[in-house]
Design a binder for this molecule. Structure first.
Ligand SMILES: [Zn+2]
Length: 238
């Protein structure tokens, strides 16, 4: 696995213990080009970075040593953790993103990502459920890596969780008026935050979208239908 160095000055200088690293967070760069992305990630003023950047040709660039906290996640929550930078390794994939022109991730890019994730999984004993997207941990602010990111494919390598279609049928149909509450209860159990289980808010739409862009990529509406609900049941109970 070829890794080249493009070191960024944007990281916390205090060393962290190996056992602190429990999550891998996946991002896309969301910029016009790879060169611009690297520039930004290396610019002291931008105050952003990541541990690894993977370009469209699948070349992996190390930007911050894993021993230090890189600044990729920003304000974020998952389960009872706040500020996931402390506990994670951040991986950026070069992709123009939704604001410019969201594109498919390239095959070589995903191949390199799988290799890198497998290596980190072994090294830090990272659980498969702890591979998350930026939108999972900051759903009100972030949409990356988005609906083109191949979570299902990655789950075959035990990177991230996925559901078993044939097991969805064991969950009974619920009355439609209860769907939202049950759905959000499940999401809370899975680890999502930034919502209230019993009080619906406008920002809930972003949470639903974050969930669907990962698990129901063919339907990005904010409707919580039976399939959406059943997937959330499965993931909350697996
Ligand atoms: Zn991101």
């Amino acid at each position: 696995m070829l890794v080249t160095n493009k070191l960024s000055p944007n990281y916390s200088k205090k060393l962290r213990k190996k056992n602190k690293i429990r999550f891998i967070i996946i991002h896309y760069t969301g910029m016009q080009s790879e060169i611009e992305s690297i520039k930004r990630l290396k610019n002291l003023k931008s105050k952003v970075s990541c541990h690894y950047l993977i370009n469209r040709k699948g070349i992996i660039m190390r930007m911050v040593d894993e021993k230090y906290e890189a600044w990729h996640a920003g304000k974020s929550k998952w389960k009872n953790l706040v500020n996931l930078n402390k506990y994670s390794i951040g991986i950026e994939l070069v992709n123009k993103g939704h604001k410019i022109r969201y594109e498919n991730f390239s095959n070589t890019q995903i191949k390199s990502l799988i290799k890198l994730c497998s290596k980190l999984k072994r090294k830090y004993k990272i659980k498969k459920e702890n591979f998350l997207g930026h939108s999972d941990i900051a759903p009100l602010r972030k949409v990356d890596p988005g609906e083109k990111f191949p979570w299902k494919q990655l789950s075959k390598f035990n990177i991230g969780v996925w559901y078993k279609t044939r097991k969805l049928e064991i969950f009974k149909k619920t009355r439609d008026e209860n769907n939202a509450k049950i759905f959000f209860k499940n999401l809370r159990k899975i680890g999502y935050r930034y919502f209230n289980i019993s009080k619906r808010k406008r920002s809930d739409a972003r949470i639903i979208k974050a969930f669907k862009s990962r698990y129901l990529q063919e339907d990005l509406s904010i409707k919580i239908d039976q399939k959406t609900l059943k997937i959330s049941h499965f993931l909350a109970n697996c």
